[in-house]
Structures are given as structure tokens and as C-alpha cells.
Design a binder for this molecule. Structure first.
Ligand code: C2E
Ligand code: MG
Ligand code: MG
Length: 766
């Protein structure tokens, strides 16, 4: 069987659910946050990438444009040359020098068969220049031009000019023959000067012109590499993998984007072939330089986002801690009895449940006080609470370390004892009861309290999940039994109680079915008029006749039905039987007599109770005055006014109200005087007491009651009339009616009709 969920498991389950939710929410926020972070990072990356690529492209185009315009100038100049121009070296050198001055070249040169002229804007003209003395890079380009192709030299260090140079060489063709080569030299810094135009002059970006081998050709002044690095690969921050892929790309003449991390700053490197001499542009950019303020916007957004994220997670975590501590506090409150500070019933059951799992032998005892409600009434709630608190203190003192107790509502205390020997348990409980009686306020008031205890133990019990609830049921049976005697009493659960438990089990599991199958039968007992001996009425008493034909008396099941609430349904059912029966009398043409019906406390205070009664009498078309509602005096305790309101409401509907069992409880004449009842039924015990010869005091009380009822115009019925003497006695006292075995035992409605109404009931009602 599944164990019922306790408050703790519910709270634990909820806390677990909240924890999971909090973790999931945090994870979602984190994942979403990371996604947004990555997106922003990607935007930043791609913005940097496109920025660097556009700039590099631009720069490359400018180099090409620069070289092409040089070529154009040289070709134009060459196209005007004839054989006669170059025949005279002196004259031609002058012409070349003139052309040099008109253009921006640092120097120009012409090499043809046997001629070698070089001019320099700042140095004049030199003829008879020997080819072999020229720098290698220049010689190589001139040779290529000599073979008819336009060539650009690699960067070379010119001794004459004292700076890095490059030259553009164009063949001079006459009559479809290469007659010579014309060249123009420019400062490498002209190319370098372009860098700063496209890469703004901040420290975040720079560009180098490198050869296919990675060796610097034109080196930017900025950059993080040491000054004596020969090539871009002399870079300690470049990892092997990136270097390899750079080299491979340069070998294949391809461009490529790379990332480098130096001292926590990410650099983007873009390698792009220029398209001249296997030159490469090596562009470097830190992320910070993205399109003006965009970098700061994105980075700011990222930072703000991280802060919000951290705040969210912090708040969720904080809320989680709050909920958890709250749940714990709630849990503690849910298990604590505010009066004694110990466990309440739930707390006790939980501890009992835990203890059952340990396999030790133990006893459970229930301790209760006779008439605790009177302590409440007489001394007030505050004193009563103080007494309960005192009991808690005594129990704490008397119970062992591993033992515990709990309090249910009122004065119900449950004890867990690690003792199963009956005499030991009994001694312990008696000691506890003795000590409680020494409570200062009880001693002061000299109010005598009586306790009773029920006990059950684990001896011979089947272990398992049902043990705690089984033991709680058993202990209640033992407690009920212990309460039957008015003395400090300890009762152990035994076979007899086990039988009772079984019977009650049967009753509870069969009651609904029994109601449907009409196993509850209407029995009637006559009420006789003591003045003339005529039939004054009848009382409806229920009998349960099971389908096996066994008859059960109200004493066997009514107390249980009162506890489980079924009594209200049964009473309404009986009420309907009574209405139907009176209706049958009227139909049969006999003079109907009033029938009294017992009403349980539960039903009497139900909100729609008067309405339902009214509907019933209307349905069966009978006068409400033929129905007397018997209520118990216990209903009056503490709420005479409320009860009176109910009574008067019912009387307005025409019903009569009778107070049953007067004299058994603690009803005072005051209460009786205050209630607006129509009839008073004196309990059988009253009659028994005054029947004793020497009980004159009881007789005086009875006479007083009779006098009072007469003055208040309340009819009186004496119950339990068993003999002629009984009848004589109550007549003398002035009772109006008598009810008891002397006239008739309760008999089935059919027998009653035959015997007292002189009719044979219709077959359908049998
Ligand atoms: P009660 O209302 O006081 O009913 C009178 C009880 O006394 C009946 O017991 C009756 O059989 C018994 N009695 C009558 N005359 C004598 C006598 O001369 N000597 C002795 N020794 N006993 C006598 P019963 O029928 O067992 O009912 C017991 C109680 O059960 C009733 O006490 C009533 O409180 C309750 N009860 C019975 N029927 C119903 C019902 O339909 N609804 C509710 N709520 N309670 C019922
Ligand atoms: Mg009654
Ligand atoms: Mg009675």
C-alpha cells in the first residue's frame, strides 16, 4: 500500500520542484545570455573582418594604381623614343633628366645596347652606368623588362638614394624589337605612406607589406613585433598551427583571416596577395577599432548583459533560499503544538513512522482527561491551556531520551514509550498521571481530575508501512475502553478490543451498502399517557438487520456513525421512514400519533437541516406537529443561545422538540430552564436512582424538575419504566408520560401497527 503523503513530503516535493525550476530558469538565462553574448561577439567579429578586408582591398588597389600610373608614364615616354634619340647617350641623358624632373619619380634609368643612363631628381645625371653594379632586385626587374615584359622590382636598399626603393621597368620597343628598358624608381615610403590613410593612425591597426616568404618589405612603424624581427613569422605569439596555415595560404597565393591573442587582446590578421611580385599585405587589427563607437556599444552591451545575468541569477538564488527557509519554518510550524511546544499529532505520527522503521519494540499510549471541556468552561481557556502546557512539561521530564510525545486537539496526548512490559508501562503512566495532578493550579482549586490511558505495543504485530496507523487505531480503542470507568485507568489493547475493532471495521465498510439495501429498519416503542393509560406517541429506534438476518442495536453502530459522520445520513433516512409511516396511518384512516425521532448533533446544526425537514413533511403531506425531534442535552453545552435559535426555527415550522436522556450528562436546571423545548425525557438512570428506598435527595431533585417543567409548560416523559411500581412512582411525581419495557420493547413498525394501531400494514411496507 502506498503511504499517504505527509506535509513534509509535500513540502520536500515542492522545494525540489522549486529548485529544479530555479536551476532550469538559471540555465535558460545562462544559455540565452551566452547566445546573445556569442551573437554580439559574432557581430563584433564580422564587423572587424569586413572592416579589415575593405581597408586592405582599398590599400591593395592603391598600390596597383600607383604602379600602373608609373607604367603609363613610362610607356608614354617610351613610345616617343626613336633610334636617333638613344643614339646619342649624352643628349638622351639630358632628355631623361628633364622627364624625371617633370614627374615625381626619385630617379629614372635607361638601359639599351651599350647604354646605361641613370638620373636622380636630387643628384643629376650619370651615364655609362654598369649594369652589374646595380642592386640585385633592380637587375632582375630590368632583365625581365629586357625580355619584353613590364616588371616591378622588389624593394631594394639604394645606396645612392639612402633609402628603400622600388622600380617600375618597361621595355622600349622599336620596329617590334626591344631596344632597351626604361625604368622609374620610387621611394618605398610612398607605398608605406598609404597605410595611414586607410588604417587610422591609432594604435589598434597597422599593415606591413611582406614577401611570399613572410619577410618584411615595407614595415609599418606600429605593431607589436620587436624591431629586429625579420619576418612576420618571427612572432612569439603566433602558434604553430596558424603559422602553418598562413604559409600554406601564401604558397597558394590565397588570402586568409587569422586570430592572434597577445596579452589578453585579440588581434585579427588578414593576409591578402597584392598581385605584384608575390607581395602580401599583412593587415593587423585589434577588435577595439571597429567602426568608431560600435566596439564600445557592443562591448558595453555585453558588460551590461553580464551584469543583468549575474543579478538575475543572484535574485533567483536568493528567492530560492528564501522559499527554502520559509518551507522549513512552515514545516516546523506544521509539526509543532503551539501550546506545549512539543509535537502536534502530525509531528507525532511522523516520528512514529520513523521509529517503526528502526525495528525496535515499543508502546504507544494515549492519555486523556475526563471532562476536560469543563476545565475550559469553569476555569477559562487560558487556565486550560496552562494545564496542557504543564502536562507537556511533565511528559518531557518523565519520558526517556529516545521517547517522545505529541498532542492532538484538546487534551489528547500520545506517548511513544520504549517499553513493552505492561507493568512497567502502567507504572510509568500512573506516575505521570500522579504528577499532573500536582499541577499548582489544580491543587489550588482542589478540582479533582481523572485521567485514563490506552496502550498498545509492537509485541506480535506485523511490521510494515501500516503499523503506525494500525497502532493509532488500537490505542484509540484501548483509550475508549479505559474511559468507560471513572478512575485513573490504564487499558491495554487486547483480543476483546480487537474483536470490537473488527466489528467496527465491518460496520464502516458495510454501512453505505446497508442503507441502499434498506437494512436499517424502523422500530417503534410506545409512549403512554400516565393519566389515562392511552397511547400518547412512539419513539422511532433504528435496528440494523443484516442480510444474514442478524439484528444489530444502535449501541453497536450509532457511536461509530457519530464519529464518521454517517449518522446525519441515517437520521434523515429514519426521518423519511417515520414520515412515510405517519402518512400510511393517515391513508389507512387511523388516528395518527406523534413519533419521536432521535437526531444527532451533526445533523442538527447542518445549514439546510430545517429545509430538508420541511420538504419531507410536505412530500408525505403530514402535519409537522406529528414529528418530535429528540435532541441530546450535550448540544446545549456552551451555546444555549444558538441552540435556542435552532429550536425556535424548527418550532416555527411546526415540529416539536424534546430533550432526551436528561440527567445523564451535566445538564443544570439553568440550562433546561433556558431552553425553549416542548418535552423533557428523563433518562432511565434517574428512575433507577429514585427507585431505591433511601434515595430521598434524588427524589427531591426530581420533584424540583417536575415543578419547573410544569411551570414552563414542558411535557415530561420518564424512560425505562419496567415495572408497575416504576409507573406508580413517576405518576406520583407528576410525570406526563412513561416509556419502557413495562408497556413494550421497541418492536418493528409492522408489529407496532398490529399491536397498537390495530391495522395490518400493506404488503409493500413489510
Ligand atoms: P434513547 O433515545 O434514549 O432510546 C431509548 C433506549 O432505551 C432504546 O435503546 C430503548 O430500547 C431503551 N429502552 C426503552 N425502554 C427501556 C426499558 O424499560 N429498560 C431498558 N433497559 N431499556 C429501555 P436503543 O434502541 O438501543 O437505542 C439506544 C440509543 O440509540 C437511543 O437512546 C438513541 O440515543 C440512539 N438511537 C436509536 N435510534 C437512533 C436513530 O435513529 N438515530 C440516532 N441518532 N440515534 C438513535
Ligand atoms: Mg431517544
Ligand atoms: Mg433516552
Amino acid at each position: 500500500m502506498n503511504r499517504p503523503e505527509t506535509d513534509e513530503t509535500i513540502i520536500q516535493r515542492r522545494t525540489r520542484r522549486i529548485t529544479i525550476t530555479a536551476v532550469v530558469v538559471c540555465a535558460v538565462i545562462l544559455a540565452g545570455g551566452s547566445l546573445i553574448y556569442v551573437l554580439l561577439q559574432n557581430i563584433l567579429n564580422s564587423t572587424t573582418d569586413s572592416r579589415i578586408m575593405t581597408a586592405s582591398e582599398e590599400y591593395r588597389n592603391n598600390i596597383i594604381r600607383l604602379v600602373e600610373s608609373d607604367i603609363q608614364i613610362l610607356q608614354t615616354f617610351g613610345s616617343f623614343l626613336g633610334e636617333e634619340d638613344v643614339a646619342d647617350e649624352e643628349a638622351f641623358s639630358e632628355k631623361l633628366y628633364e622627364a624625371n624632373k617633370k614627374n615625381d619619380f626619385l630617379g629614372m634609368a635607361y638601359f639599351g645596347s651599350g647604354i646605361g643612363i641613370m638620373t636622380a631628381v636630387r643628384g643629376g645625371v650619370e651615364t655609362g652606368v654598369i649594369f652589374d653594379t646595380l642592386p640585385e632586385e633592380l637587375k632582375e626587374a630590368l632583365e625581365r623588362a629586357g625580355n619584353g615584359e613590364i616588371a616591378v622590382s622588389d624593394i631594394y636598399d639604394s645606396e645612392n638614394m639612402g633609402e628603400d626603393m622600388f622600380a617600375v621597368c618597361v621595355p622600349v620597343i622599336m620596329k617590334e624589337k626591344v631596344m632597351g628598358v626604361i625604368a622609374a624608381a620610387d621611394s618605398a615610403s610612398r607605398v608605406g605612406g598609404l597605410f595611414s590613410e586607410y588604417f587610422s593612425s591609432d594604435a589598434y591597426s597597422f599593415v606591413h607589406l611582406v614577401g611570399k616568404d613572410g619577410v618584411f618589405r615595407i614595415r609599418s612603424r606600429e605593431g607589436s613585433l620587436s624591431v629586429d624581427a625579420e619576418s612576420v613569422f618571427d612572432n612569439p605569439y603566433l602558434d604553430e598551427e596558424t603559422e602553418e596555415s598562413m604559409k600554406a595560404a601564401m604558397q597558394d597565393g590565397e588570402s586568409g583571416m587569422y586570430t592572434l591573442r597577445v596579452n589578453g587582446t585579440r588581434y585579427k590578421i588578414y593576409l591578402e596577395p597584392v598581385g605584384i611580385n608575390n607581395w602580401y599585405l599583412f593587415c593587423v587589427n585589434t577588435m577595439k577599432e571597429v567602426v568608431g563607437s560600435a566596439y564600445w556599444v557592443i562591448t558595453g552591451a555585453q558588460a551590461a548583459f553580464i551584469i543583468i545575468l549575474a543579478l538575475c541569477i543572484f535574485m533567483i538564488f536568493f528567492a530560492f533560499l528564501f522559499v527554502r527557509s520559509n518551507s522549513r519554518r512552515l514545516l516546523r510550524a506544521a509539526y509543532t503544538d503551539p501550546i506545549t511546544g512539543g509535537c502536534n499529532l502530525s509531528g507525532f505520527l511522523k516520528k512514529l513512522d520513523d521509529a517503526c522503521g528502526h525495528g525496535t519494540q515499543f508502546s504507544v499510549a494515549a492519555l486523556n482527561m475526563h471532562q476536560f471541556k469543563f476545565i475550559n468552561e469553569i476555569f477559562g481557556k487560558e487556565q486550560a491551556d496552562r494545564l496542557l502546557d504543564y502536562i507537556g512539561t511533565i511528559l518531557r521530564d518523565e519520558l526517556g531520551k529516545e521517547e517522545f510525545f505529541g498532542r492532538d486537539t484538546g487534551d489528547y496526548f500520545y506517548l511513544f514509550l520504549l517499553e513493552t512490559a505492561r507493568n512497567e508501562v502502567e507504572m510509568k503512566l500512573h506516575k505521570i498521571m500522579r504528577k499532573i495532578k500536582q499541577a499548582p493550579f489544580l491543587e489550588r482549586s482542589s478540582y479533582h481530575v481523572l485521567f485514563y490511558c490506552g496502550v498498545t505495543d509492537t509485541e506480535g504485530q506485523e511490521r510494515g508501512g501500516e503499523l503506525p496507523s494500525r497502532m493509532m487505531t488500537q490505542v484509540m480503542f484501548a483509550l475508549d475502553k479505559a474511559g468507560e470507568t471513572r478512575q485513573d485507568n490504564v487499558w491495554f489493547y487486547d483480543m476483546q478490543l480487537h474483536e470490537k475493532e473488527k466489528r467496527e471495521n465491518y460496520i464502516e465498510s458495510h454501512m453505505h451498502q446497508a442503507l441502499e439495501k434498506e437494512e436499517f429498519r424502523l422500530f417503534l416503542q410506545p409512549k403512554m399517557n400516565l393519566q389515562d393509560g392511552s397511547l400518547a406517541g412512539a419513539e422511532a429506534l433504528v435496528r440494523w438487520i443484516t442480510d444474514e438476518g442478524k439484528m444489530m442495536f444502535p449501541g453497536d453502530f450509532i457511536p461509530l456513525f457519530e464519529k464518521n459522520g454517517f449518522c446525519a445520513r441515517l437520521d434523515m433516512y429514519m426521518m423519511e421512514c417515520v414520515c412515510r409511516h405517519i402518512h400510511q396511518w393517515i391513508e389507512a384512516g387511523v388516528q395518527p400519533i406523534p413519533i419521536s425521532v432521535n437526531q444527532s448533533k451533526l445533523l442538527f446544526y447542518e445549514a439546510d437541516y430545517p429545509n430538508r425537514l420541511r420538504e419531507l413533511v410536505a412530500e408525505y403531506n403530514i402535519p409537522a406537529g406529528l414529528v418530535t425531534l429528540e435532541i441530546l442535552e450535550g448540544l446545549a453545552i456552551g451555546n444555549v443561545e444558538e441552540l435556542n435559535e435552532r429550536i425556535m426555527l424548527l418550532q416555527k415550522e411546526g415540529f416539536r422538540v424534546s430533550m432526551d436522556d436528561f440527567g445523564t450528562g451535566y445538564s443544570s436546571l439553568n440550562v433546561m430552564g433556558a431552553l425553549k423545548i416542548d418535552e423533557l425525557k428523563l433518562d432511565r438512570a434517574f428512575l433507577m436512582e429514585i427507585s431505591h428506598e433511601n434515595n430521598s435527595r434524588q427524589r427531591v431533585v426530581m420533584e424540583m424538575v417536575m415543578a419547573l417543567t410544569r411551570r414552563l409548560q414542558i411535557a415530561t416523559v420518564a424512560e425505562g419504566v419496567e415495572t408497575e411500581e416504576n409507573e406508580e412512582l413517576i405518576r406520583e411525581l407528576g410525570c406526563d408520560m412513561g416509556q419502557g419495557y413495562y408497556y413494550s420493547r421497541p418492536i418493528s413498525a409492522e408489529d407496532f401497527d398490529r399491536k397498537f394501531m390495530k391495522i395490518t400494514p400493506p404488503a409493500s411496507d413489510r
